[in-house]
Design a protein around this ligand. Structure first.
Ligand code: TRP
Ligand code: ZN
Length: 479
């Protein structure tokens, strides 16, 4: 399903229920702690970070610094063998801690090389280390696992996780929850980390992932690809694309960032002209938003019907043929600043991603001979009060099913336009650049943004922008 507003089907879904598994996980954690005689003051990390839309995701109690994933995939059987080495820091004394992990069998877990007790309950994987972890302590958890990774249906009905295509290829995508289908993690955007992702596949297939390719080694009919991400990345932006991709690693942006693209040969003809525009798009976005935040860029062009949506996977977004055009590429590249470098503090802050990426499409149109942002705004405003773009305020998606619904994109972009009108051209452009510079590689909330914009404007924009456009119910009375 397309997450982009123009082509997206209506998302009408029930509430994201708190599964009984969560209760079970809590009970097991309690039992594990009671049974831990060595512990004095350590308490278990919780199995969730109380995200307003996805309360079960993520885990409090530790902060991941680095994931090192070693994956071995057999396309013929669909079997994955994995090893995840997770370097993290305890932020409180911990008797046990949770990782988010869906499906797969866990063979072994260690913490600092000593066996750890393992509990599975729903999507929570609880590890109880031999010794308690002290607040501030850095530790290394290792999980060895195998199985056929799941496809996860997210609350709005779209598919993510480990997506297999009929040609034996794979597209691993994770917004908002799907990365836990292929590696255990602290699966919340708040906990960003660096990554090494190594994937071994039969000779002849390519593996394209985030960051930079640091090694490619063939041995006994199989090839290992090693990818390294050295700037912090949220779990939902991790990707692996396996298939007969055609690679181009010769390009360079104007600012001398290496470009690595993987294009499925079946869709090369139809997409080549737009892929060739990527350096110009990035040069234009760097003019607007400041330096590109990462050490490499590119795009992964997948066949149609592989995911049903495009995604701003870090460094190189994924665009399947059925969601491929210049405007979508501009959108996904804008996310490298808005979402990937500056990541929402919670899933409720999604409009900070989608409103800005959508507005970037309007700016691109305005600067490249299409309708102006004002025209595009007016077209949206003309929609009657019952239209789905007015269904809820962009900063307040009511449930997890609405995290990618139209108000987040379209009304989100309208907020950005109202801000531009309120502060004027010069301040608006300075504000965009300052925002992504100040919060580079971090997280930010809606409240952070409104406070920041008020400061840059030199006055409160509550009455002119936030109260109506960002937080107000229904269609605002005047444009
Ligand atoms: N972020 C994607 C885009 O706009 C769309 C998307 C895919 C999405 N999965 C999602 C948005 C989950 C919110 C939540 O290109
Ligand atoms: Zn988007």
């Amino acid at each position: 399903m397309d997450k982009r507003p123009e082509r997206r089907r209506a998302a009408v879904k029930g509430r994201y229920a708190v599964a009984p598994a969560r209760l079970a996980a809590a009970l097991i954690t309690v039992l594990a702690v009671t049974a831990c005689s060595g512990g004095v003051d350590g308490t278990p990390g919780s199995s969730g970070t109380r995200d307003p839309l996805f309360p079960r995701l993520g885990n409090d109690g530790y902060d991941v610094q680095h994931y090192s994933l070693d994956l071995d995939y057999d396309p013929a059987s669909g079997h994955l063998k994995g090893g995840a080495t997770i370097v993290a820091r305890a932020v409180k004394n911990l008797s046990s801690f949770d990782l988010d992990f869906a499906g797969m069998d866990v063979q072994e877990a260690t913490v600092d090389s000593r066996p750890a007790a393992v509990n599975r309950a729903g999507d929570e994987l609880t590890l109880r280390p031999h010794h308690e972890l002290a607040e501030g302590q850095t530790f290394t958890a290792y999980v060895r696992y195998s199985g056929s990774p799941k496809t996860i249906t997210d609350p709005d009905g779209s598919l993510e996780g480990w997506l297999k295509s009929p040609d034996g290829g794979v597209l691993a995508l994770g917004e908002p929850t799907g990365s836990m289908a292929w590696f255990p993690s602290n699966n919340h955007p708040r906990d960003k980390a660096t990554y090494d992702i190594k994937v071994t596949v039969p000779d002849g297939l390519q593996v394209v992932s985030n960051g930079e390719l640091t090694g490619k080694v063939s041995n006994g009919g199989r090839t290992s690809f090693s990818w390294r991400t050295t700037q912090p990345m949220a779990t939902y932006l991790a990707t692996v694309a396996i298939g007969p991709y055609e690679i181009d690693d010769k390009g360079m942006t104007k600012s001398r960032i290496p470009i690595y693209t993987g294009v499925n040969p079946r869709v090369k003809k139809q997409t080549a002209a737009v892929v060739a525009q990527l350096p110009d798009m990035l040069a234009w976005e760097e003019q607007n938003f400041g330096p590109y935040p990462f050490s490499s860029t590119g795009v992964i062009v997948a066949p149609e019907k592989s995911s049903g949506y495009a995604l701003e996977t870090q460094n190189r977004p994924v665009l399947p043929l059925d969601h491929f055009d210049a405007s979508t590429l501009v959108h996904e590249l804008a996310h490298q600043w808005f979402g990937d470098s500056v990541t929402p503090a919670t899933w409720r802050d999604m409009w900070l991603n989608e409103g800005f990426a959508q507005y970037t499409e309007w700016l691109w149109s305005e600067d490249h001979g299409g309708p102006s942002a004002q025209r595009l705004f007016d077209q949206e405003y003309a929609k009657d009060g019952g239209d789905e773009i007015w269904a809820f305020p962009p900063a307040q998606p009511p449930t997890a099913a609405e995290v990618s619904a139209r108000p987040v994109y379209v009304r989100g972009a309208m907020v950005v336009h109202k801000l531009r009108q309120a502060v004027g051209e010069q301040k608006f452009h300075a504000l965009l650049r300052d925002w992504v510079r100040v919060h580079r590689y971090g997280n930010a909330s809606t409240a952070d943004f409104t406070r920041f914009a008020d400061e840059e404007a030199g006055r409160s924009l509550a009455a002119s922008v936030w109260d109506t456009w960002l937080y107000g119910d229904g269609k605002p009375d005047s444009p």
